[in-house]
Write a protein that binds this ligand. Structure first.
Ligand code: GDP
Length: 286
């Protein structure tokens, strides 16, 4: 799939231009999919600058997995990782302090630390910018914004935030990443076949979060396959069509909606191990 290549090229060129001046890069990722919500441009363009990975929407993610991801990400060169969510907006001071710790020689000199913030659409970048600025600056909303011009946002006397212009779409290198992005709402439903997304997600949840599924859909014995799960859960929910047939499609919609909203529980859809494995797969596909 080609993700708005025009927008993407514009973003790439603008970032290329501005990157040499930057001291730190903040990359906002989705704590539920820290690998699939990455933007490969960060790695390609940052050179040897410190990167702070913000695992955003951590309120929706599995806390144990978030911790595992933080440890894993911090084994990478010059990478720091912090979990964040908009309920704990006060925690933004941790991000600000980290920037100052990373670039101590500019603090208090009047020369501001230049921080570039980037993230794929809908990852919560605008919400985070507003929290960092302590005021409402960036437009937030469920739909990815179409136009965004470059913005400089003064955080305090020591830090200037540069919001990335243009759109940074995720680079979907393998279909699994695409399914996980779709499941969390990171890309539009229409980009993928909904049945495939729901099947993939149910299959993963059955093996990774069986207890959450059993509790939420009141199932004693969890079936091993996604289609049997939709059948059993749909029946449990009373989703019956004419003739007593279970409306499995409706059930799959409910599953995805309840995953996205957090109603199902705190769930992370990928592990560091999966990333390692899929990176090898991507290499093979090249
Ligand atoms: P942007 O496109 O990256 O600028 O994303 P926005 O800041 O507009 O946020 C996208 C959606 O995610 C909005 O509906 C926000 O309310 C929601 N959101 C942002 N941060 C969080 C968070 O930490 N937790 C949860 N649960 N939702 C969030």
């Amino acid at each position: 799939i080609q993700w708005f290549p025009g927008h993407m090229n514009k973003a790439r060129n603008e970032i290329k231009e501005i990157m040499p001046e930057m001291d730190v890069v903040i990359e906002v990722i989705d704590a539920r999919i820290p690998y699939s919500s990455e933007n490969p441009m960060v790695a390609a363009l940052r050179g040897h600058k410190p990167v702070i990975k913000i695992l955003n929407k951590a309120d929706l993610a599995d806390p144990e997995q978030t911790q595992a991801w933080i440890e894993y990400l911090e084994t990478q060169d010059q990478v720091k990782a912090i979990a964040f969510d908009d309920n704990k907006a006060n925690d933004v001071h941790k991000i600000v302090e980290l920037c100052k710790r990373l670039i101590p020689n500019k603090v208090g000199t009047g020369r501001q630390i230049k921080v570039l913030i980037m993230g794929i659409p809908n990852v919560g970048k605008s919400t985070l910018i507003n929290a960092l600025a302590g005021r409402s600056i960036a437009k937030t909303g469920d739909e990815p914004a179409v136009t965004k011009s470059q913005q400089l946002i003064k955080i305090d006397n020591d830090i200037m935030l540069y919001d990335t212009p243009g759109m940074l779409w995720p680079k979907i290198e393998n279909p699994n990443s695409g399914y996980r992005l779709a499941a969390t709402g990171g890309i539009k439903d229409t980009a993928f076949d909904f049945d495939d997304v729901a099947s993939y997600t149910a299959e993963y949840l059955i093996q990774a979060y069986p207890e959450l599924l059993k509790a939420r859909y009141k199932i004693d014995e969890l079936p091993a396959t996604d289609w049997a799960f939709f059948e059993v859960a749909g029946r449990s929910r009373g989703l019956l069509k004419k003739g007593g047939i279970v409306d499995t499609y409706r059930m799959s919609e409910i599953l995805i909606n309840e995953l996205r909203s957090g109603t199902l529980g705190r769930i992370t859809l990928e592990t560091p191990k999966m990333r390692e494995k899929e990176l090898l797969l991507v290499e093979e596909l090249r």
